[in-house]
Design a protein around this ligand. Structure first.
Ligand SMILES: Cc1ncc(COP(=O)(O)O)c(C=O)c1O
Length: 375
């Protein structure tokens, strides 16, 4: 029932390595195959996925598709590690990084059009390096975003980018392929921090990229092989084991999240609750139209950073820790990270709701919020 953990780094062969399925463990190994095949099917990709040593490694590899002189559009509230990494890669590789409000569809399309206008001007300049034949821009979509939980109009944005010859990449970490499959909407690449829901037990750091394009698959594979951002056999084996229970974990966590978000939204000491499943949430209608569930991440704000920190310290069942998507419930004040954008409120707490009993989670959280308020 379970594939063995394949530890071999080199494979017997004397012929041309291009004609052998396996040669050397940095290029491909049977240790990755079952997970890559399963994730490819879950994301409705025409090709197996590509597993990487971390989510950020998968993201960096995907960003290698943006050529020198090109443009990357990225949500201003993307996961801060993605933003930081994109900024560094853009500078080193010589492309522009433009941040956008991904929930404001018209503004994003205007930004794409502004690029189109610039490009037409550049096309008339025979000396311009316009990377003919290669898509010169990429629209990055993270939806819902981390941590502001903004929901992008994925069908419209992906279609708008496609019409303009712009690649789209979607970070599908929060939603997982159970709640949305962006390749079905025409996205070119989907990336994951496998570390989170897919593996699901806070015991591995892994990433993945998926595409249905032969050309993009070859380019991503070459980047992974040549830069060496590969995954270890044991981690991938654990991720495959986690994937088997993704649907039951997600169902329970999502059910818990819906109950907790509802209770938070009427809590007297909570300033704001964001969860796409709440009928009054700014992203609710969009999420209801394009996702088959609202996920298990909630954010809520209290008045001050001090109160938020006190809540994270007072909880007993929730664990104060970064990361998300594991079976255990985590709580974190995001602005404790200096790199988090200043547009994220100081008093914002992100909840990764796990699979414990909803009432136990609520009683613990409610007690901590009340105690922080009177302190
Ligand atoms: C939405 C999202 N994408 C990507 C990453 C990066 O993944 P990793 O930590 O596996 O490198 C994270 C990590 O928190 C994330 O939340």
């Amino acid at each position: 029932m379970n594939p063995p953990i394949e530890l071999s780094s080199t494979f017997v062969g004397s012929g041309d390595i291009a004609t052998s399925p396996y040669a050397y463990g940095r290029f491909d190994t049977p240790a990755w195959g079952p997970f890559e095949a399963a994730l490819g099917k879950l994301e409705h990709a025409a090709l197996p996925g590509l597993v990487y040593g971390s989510g950020l490694a998968a993201i960096a590899s995907t960003l290698s598709l943006v050529p020198r002189g090109g443009t990357l559009f990225m949500p201003r509230h993307s996961y801060q590690g993605s933003l930081q990494s994109a900024g560094e890669i853009a500078e080193r590789c010589g492309f522009d990084l433009v941040t956008v409000d991904i929930a404001d569809t018209e503004a994003v399309i205007d930004a794409l059009d502004a690029l189109e206008a610039n490009r037409s001007v550049a096309d008339e300049d025979p000396t311009a390096d316009d990377n003919r034949g290669v898509a010169s821009a990429m629209l990055w979509i993270e939806s819902p975003t981390n941590p502001m939980l903004e929901v992008a109009d994925m069908p419209r944005l992906i279609a708008a980018a496609r019409d303009r010859g712009i690649l789209t990449a979607v970070d599908n970490t929060f939603a997982t392929p159970l709640l949305q499959t962006p390749l079905d909407l025409g996205a070119d690449v989907v990336v994951h921090s496998v570390t989170k829901y897919l593996a699901g037990h806070s015991d591995v750091v892994l990433g993945a990229a998926l595409t249905s394009s032969d050309d993009l698959h070859v380019r991503l594979h070459a980047d992974r092989s040549m830069r060496g951002a590969i995954a270890g056999p044991f981690e991938v084996w654990l991720a495959l084991r986690g994937l088997r229970t993704l649907s039951v974990r997600m169902e329970r966590a999502q059910d818990n999240a819906a109950q907790i978000a509802d209770r938070l939204s009427s809590h007297p000491n909570v300033v704001e609750t964001r969860y796409p499943g709440l009928p009054g949430d700014a992203g609710h209608d969009r999420a209801a139209g394009q996702m088959s569930g609202f996920g298990a991440i909630i954010v809520f704000c209290v008045e001050t950073a001090q109160q938020a920190t006190a809540i994270a310290e007072a909880v007993r069942l929730w664990t104060p820790a970064t990361s998300l998507g594991g079976v255990e419930s985590l709580i974190e004040r995001r602005r404790r990270h200096a790199s988090e954008p200043t547009s994220v409120p100081e008093g914002l707490l992100r909840l990764s709701v796990g699979i414990e009993h909803a009432d136990d989670l609520w009683n613990d959280l409610d007690a901590a919020i009340r105690a922080a308020h009177v302190a």
